[in-house]
Design a protein around this ligand. Structure first.
Ligand code: AMP
Length: 451
């Protein structure tokens, strides 16, 4: 185990830690320290309570050069004003023996008071995205000296509809900066944001403690494609007694709608779905009906299911294999609560095999494998994402195009080693036309709302 001594902290920091009475660094602090200090972009998967604030602040403060006048170098963006206040308090404790000025800015208070405070200069700003963006528009904040950007609780921030403000803030900041991000869960939106704005981020995560693995029986099936997974699920769900309360996880809205459409055909009234494109009322109704037992099947995305406190779930079905192992832990933790025996199934395709192995590595447990039942039909139908890319071989113009695209795609995947999920396209369109891409996009106002 590492100690604070191993970090070779400067005296002011060492003394501040001593005053706080912290004996040893927490796991996220140990892992994040050298990454943040190296100046590389970092994505941390950690929840509140893990000590993540000190995890990023300690190396940032260690690296911060002394400056006679306050110069803004560190920007920390968090989703709520409560968190701004809390983080400012923490930073003030850690930087007690350093001459630094930290300011918190958030909505719902007098903007002129904050303008005045900012005009006096500061080294670190902790802010909510909406208010910070408004302040930058009034040019009271000079951003060209910012070297470190920390975005905390990104999943919450995106769920609150702050993508627009965040991307605008990114655009205003100097290119030469380090990005540090924390999220409790990985979602498609979070991934899209990372792909668009981060450069080869190093991932740092801490395993969830207290995940009740002991009373969850886990099984896995290797299934060739989406619609064969559907066939398998429809088959299993026939046993109503065994599968009496089933929570099915998919990683995105598209898959949720696609799966729900088929389940409705077979299990009509018994099934329901929640994801963030559904209205609040629809979601509440679905959750209640599922929890009360009116519906036995609920299809949900990871973000939507976060925080749901559902009772007596007989099975969690991982319809796809989450790319981030921590999401699997969150998912299966929904079953097997309060001393009950829970069951979890994982459906994975060959393509998802590596993701499954990553999950197993995190748990240090190999998920028992069940042979694909021979009586189930293997579907030939493919989803648009599963279809192979069509290349026109005999068209000379197209051929060069394919080559060009191949090259840039390669660069992209090397750079980020992740799939671009199209977030930037939506951003560009929104910026250009100031309109939603689709009519009736109920999240449009939410996304563009200023705090
Ligand atoms: P956070 O996850 O950053 O919200 O931190 C949770 C709490 O843990 C805060 O009250 C910190 O002051 C405290 N804390 C942070 N690091 C340590 C440590 N190394 N030892 C003991 N407590 C800590």
């Amino acid at each position: 185990m590492k100690t604070f001594e191993d970090f070779k902290l400067s005296n002011p920091l060492r003394n501040a830690i001593q005053d706080l009475g912290f004996e040893n660094p927490t796991p996220i602090q140990t892992e994040a320290f050298s990454v943040v200090l190296s100046g590389k972009d970092m994505v941390g998967i950690a929840q509140t309570g893990t000590g993540k604030t000190l995890g990023y602040m300690l190396p940032i403060l260690q690296d911060l050069k002394f400056s006679k006048e306050p110069v803004l170098r560190v920007l920390v963006v968090v989703p709520t004003r409560e968190l701004v206040i809390q983080v400012v308090e923490e930073i003030e404790k850690f930087s007690k023996y350093l001459s630094l000025r930290t300011l918190g800015v958030y909505g719902g208070t007098n903007i002129n008071t904050q303008r005045k405070a900012l005009a006096e200069g500061c080294d670190i700003i902790v802010a909510t995205p909406g208010r910070f963006y408004d302040l930058t528009l009034s040019r009271v904040i000079q951003l060209k000296t910012v070297r470190k950007l920390v975005i905390d609780e990104v999943d919450v921030m995106l769920d609150l509809g702050f993508r627009f403000q965040l991307t605008n803030i990114f655009d205003l900041l100097p290119d030469r900066r380090q990005n540090i991000m924390f999220s409790a869960t990985m979602t498609e939106d979070v991934e899209a944001l990372i792909n668009d704005f981060f450069i080869k981020p190093t991932k740092v995560s801490v395993a969830l403690s207290g995940t009740p693995l002991d009373n969850i029986s886990q099984q896995s099936y290797c299934v060739p494609n989406f619609y064969t997974k559907v066939n398998l699920l429809v088959h299993l769900l026939k046993d109503r007694e065994l599968y009496n309360k089933v929570l099915i996880f998919v990683s995105n809205k598209r898959s949720a709608d696609r799966l729900f459409a088929v389940l409705e055909e077979y299990y009509g009234e018994e099934s329901c779905v929640i994801h963030s494109n559904k209205t609040q009322n629809y979601r509440i109704r679905s959750i209640n009906q599922f929890d009360e037992g009116k519906n036995r099947i609920l299809v949900a995305t990871d973000v939507m299911a976060r925080g749901l406190d559902l009772e007596k779930i007989s099975h969690v079905v991982n319809f796809d294999t989450p790319p981030y192992p921590e999401n699997y832990m969150h998912r299966i933790g929904r079953t097997g609560r309060a001393e009950q025996e829970g069951r979890s199934l994982l459906f994975y395709t060959e393509k998802e095999q590596q993701k499954k192995e990553n999950i197993e590595a995190l748990m240090n447990y190999k998920i028992p494998f069940i042979a694909f039942p021979s009586e189930i039909e293997i579907s030939k139908r493919l989803t648009p994402e599963e279809q192979p890319e069509v290349k026109e071989i005999n068209n000379p113009h197209k051929a060069s195009l394919v080559e060009e695209r191949g090259a840039s795609f390669h660069e992209k995947s090397e750079k980020n080693s992740k799939e671009n999920l199209g977030g930037s396209y939506r951003r560009i369109i929104e910026k250009k036309y100031k309109k939603p891409k689709t009519r009736g996009d109920k999240n449009y106002n939410k996304r563009n709302k200023r705090k």
